[in-house]
Each structure stands twice: as structure tokens, then as C-alpha cells.
Write a protein that binds this ligand. Structure first.
Ligand SMILES: NC(=O)c1ccc[n+]([C@@H]2O[C@H](COP(=O)([O-])OP(=O)(O)OC[C@H]3O[C@@H](n4cnc5c(N)ncnc54)[C@H](O)[C@@H]3O)[C@@H](O)[C@H]2O)c1
Length: 255
């Protein structure tokens, strides 16, 4: 119960990696502010966990690229639970594989808003509360930030921006006792992964190829990434900040 009576906000917590984080932090005793666009999935998850422990998950409908709404939601969660100990900027989307020639400036700006600007805004709005608790920020980036990805210039750039931001903010926030880290998963079995595979010619063999990239010959589960986040949010990682943790199942080895 390393997160008992502490509060975390998780963006995109209804499904995939975000939902994995919700489950893991809940099992560790945490109170959870779940922000997501998908009301149905979020309410189902919140209802199930609140039945296990009353008033432990509060869902607010939020598009993280609506920064005013994001700020209001963060304020409302803190008002509800009384404190904030960790902010996990996880919500993100992966556009279909597209050449740069076919991806417009407007599409890139929109993707930047969802994947990166939301991380900047989430961290900025959470920081005043995190300074009080000496809390943590965790940004869910991607191995594409360091390895690139074919036909994904836009996506990879948004993920790289999260890593640079993490390092610079760690310097600034560290002086006030706030730690900031990024997690870089390779391939995680989530709805996003399966929807991305569907945009390719042969989705099944694409998923098999993706699984074979890790030394364990499988993708990560959302809960495995949640466990990395819990470590980074807990006192067990008290000397770790500004790091881009490559939770990649060895996918980058033996290039
Ligand atoms: N799945 C992978 O293999 C993988 C690998 C590396 C990094 N990531 C990163 O992990 C994060 C989560 O990915 P996932 O695979 O769990 O995705 P997912 O699509 O399975 O789940 C994402 C969740 O975020 C929500 N969401 C999407 N856009 C939102 C918005 N604008 N505002 C609020 N909520 C929004 C969705 O409703 C959903 O609940 C993303 O930032 C992604 O870039 C995923």
C-alpha cells in the first residue's frame, strides 16, 4: 500500500495504459482523479473500483487538449480529495501511419495539442499543488521519442517533446522538491495498439511482428507500465528525477 491516502490524477485513465495505472494505484491504496473523454469506459472502471473502496475514484469528463477544462478538472480533483501527490500525463493518440507529405500543418498542431501541450498544461496546472506535497509528475512518452518510427514523424516528435520537457522541468521543480520523470514504453497491448494495427494491411501479422520486437516476444500489459509509474510516484524512487525510463522489454537491444 505504498500510495495509501495519496492522490493521483491520471489523464486518459479510462482505457489502455491509463487504466492500467488506475488499477495499480488503486491497489496501492491511492485516491484517483480519472480524466478522460470516454465517459462510458471511465464510469464503468470508476464504479467497479468505488465498489471495492468507497469514494476512491472520481471521474471527470475532460478533453486534455481543452486546457481551460484541464485546469478546472485538476482544481476540482484537488478540492475533492484535499491534496495532489502525483500527476500522470498519459492521454495521447497515434495517427495512422502517414508520410510527412500527407500530414498537414493543422493535423500536426492538433496532435501536438493532444500529445504534448496537454503534458505541458497538466504539469503546469498541477505544480502548485505538487509543491505542497513534494509530489511527482510522470509523463507517458514512447520509445519512438528516441528510436523514431517509420511514417510517424508527427507522433514521434510529440513524444520527443515530452522527454525534453521532462528533463528541463525536473531541474526547475526539483528545487521545490517535486520529481519529474518520463516513461517510454515500446509496445503495450492496448486499444490504441490494436486500432493502429487495424490501419495496416495485415493487422494480425503486424501485432505478431510488434510482439516479437521485445526480448520476451510479447507486448507489455498496461498494468506493467502502471507498476513503473507507481515506483516513480512512490518514495521508493526518491533519488530519481529527470529520467526517461525505457520500459521497452529490451526492444532497443541488439540493434
Ligand atoms: N500502446 C503502446 O504501445 C504505447 C507505446 C508507447 C507509448 N504509448 C503512449 O501511452 C499513452 C496511452 O496510450 P494507450 O495505448 O493506452 O492508448 P489507448 O487509446 O488505449 O487509451 C488512451 C486513453 O486516453 C483517452 N484519450 C484520448 N484522447 C484524449 C483526450 N484528448 N483527452 C482525454 N482523454 C483522451 C482515451 O479515451 C483512452 O481512454 C499515449 O500517450 C501513447 O502515446 C503507448
Amino acid at each position: 500500500m505504498v500510495f495509501e491516502n495519496r492522490c493521483v490524477i491520471i489523464t486518459g485513465g479510462a482505457k489502455g495504459i491509463g487504466a492500467g495505472c488506475v488499477e495499480v494505484f488503486h491497489a496501492a491504496g491511492g485516491k484517483i482523479g480519472l480524466l478522460d473523454l470516454d465517459r462510458k469506459a471511465a464510469e464503468q472502471l470508476a464504479e467497479r473500483l468505488n465498489a471495492k473502496r468507497e469514494n476512491s475514484v472520481r471521474f471527470l469528463e475532460c478533453d486534455v487538449s481543452d486546457f481551460e477544462r484541464l485546469e478546472k478538472c485538476i482544481d476540482e480533483i484537488v478540492e475533492h480529495f484535499g491534496q495532489l501527490d502525483s500527476m500522470i500525463n498519459n492521454a495521447g493518440v497515434h495517427p495512422p501511419a502517414t508520410a510527412i507529405d500527407d500530414f498537414s500543418i493543422e493535423q500536426m498542431q492538433q496532435l501536438m495539442n493532444i500529445n504534448f501541450m496537454s503534458t505541458y498544461a497538466g504539469a503546469k496546472f498541477a505544480l502548485p499543488y505538487l509543491r505542497k506535497t513534494k509530489g511527482t509528475i510522470i509523463n507517458i512518452s514512447s520509445m519512438t521519442a528516441v528510436l523514431g518510427q517509420r511514417l510517424s514523424t508527427a507522433y514521434a516528435a510529440t513524444k520527443g517533446a515530452q522527454v525534453s520537457f521532462t528533463k528541463a522541468l525536473a531541474l526547475e521543480a526539483g528545487e521545490q522538491g517535486v520529481r519529474v520523470n518520463a516513461v517510454l514504453p515500446s509496445n503495450v497491448d492496448t486499444p490504441l495498439m490494436r486500432e493502429w494495427a487495424e490501419t495496416l494491411e495485415d493487422p494480425q501479422s503486424a501485432l505478431e511482428r510488434v510482439a516479437s520486437l521485445q526480448v520476451f516476444k510479447r507486448m507489455a500489459t498496461p498494468r506493467e507500465i502502471g507498476q513503473v509509474c507507481l515506483f516513480l510516484a512512490s518514495d521508493q524512487s526518491s533519488f530519481i528525477t529527470g529520467q526517461a525510463i525505457e520500459a521497452d522489454g529490451g526492444a532497443a537491444l541488439d540493434y
